[in-house]
Ligand binder design. Structure first.
Ligand code: ZN
Length: 246
């Protein structure tokens, strides 16, 4: 089984289309989207509808999706995020609101756990990017592989022993072998707003039979995305940050 895991699309249709074109030839059996379909970007309806058209896809809900549904307060978000979510709420169609409502908080499939932020508790939205947060995350789940998004930065955390955790930032696209004796927390990065200094859309492919993990980076037409953000009247830095991958 080959699973494409992707997250944090954030209403960026150009990045989403570039990812879908890249993944199309990579013999993927199914897709898992780890949430944040909307927020920041100017194409929330288009992204939801495009994702809904995919066969063999499952979703979890992100914090921006929850905010767009008033399941968490947009007023607790950073200023740009709040402005964009309020803008998004005014534009989501009733059908797309229903689609967001139907997303799972998280789910477990075979040996794999999928969540937006962390496996501890859905809707607390804490990052898994430190030894302590990873330690607690491993304790809270029995899954061998735990996939997260939310930080917009690709990361592989592996557990050698209960206290010895390795953090690796994937730098190359060549697949690496997963150690059968270790458990992993894998952050698949972000499609629509990467923040690791590389502006290209990022996603992961897990090959469960061969136990390989592969990260892909895909360039897209950032200029068009930025223009849409500007003409929507959204904050300028939501456009400029895309060019920097920040
Ligand atoms: Zn996000």
């Amino acid at each position: 089984m080959r699973i494409a895991v992707f997250s944090d699309i954030h209403g960026n249709m150009e990045a989403l289309e570039a990812f879908l074109a890249d993944v199309a030839g990579r013999h993927v059996d199914r897709y898992v989207c780890l949430g944040d379909l909307v927020g920041y970007g100017a194409s929330p309806n288009e992204c939801i509808e495009r994702l809904d058209s995919l066969a063999s896809v499952r979703f979890v809900k992100g914090n921006h999706d929850a905010a767009a549904l008033w399941q968490s307060s947009p007023y607790e978000m950073s200023s740009g995020a709040k402005t964009a979510i309020l803008w998004t709420m005014d534009r989501l169609t009733p059908e797309n609101l229903e689609r967001l409502k139907a997303l799972d908080d998280r789910f477990q499939d075979d040996r794999i756990q999928f969540c937006h932020a962390n496996p501890l508790r859905s809707m607390n939205w804490r990052y898994v990017n430190t030894w302590f947060s990873a330690f607690r995350s491993f304790l809270s789940s029995r899954s061998r592989w735990i996939f997260v998004g939310h930080t917009h930065r690709p990361l592989v955390i592996s557990r050698q022993t209960q206290f010895k955790l390795d953090f690796v930032t994937p730098k190359s696209e060549s697949p690496f072998e997963l150690d059968p004796d270790r458990r992993y927390i894998i952050n698949c990065g972000s499609i629509g707003q990467p923040r690791d200094g590389n502006p290209d859309a990022c996603y992961a492919i897990l090959d469960t039979r061969n136990q390989w993990l592969e990260f892909r980076r895909v360039s897209y037409d950032i200029q068009s995305t930025a223009e849409k953000i500007r003409s929507a009247g959204l904050p300028e830095y939501l456009a400029t940050r895309l060019f920097k991958g920040r």
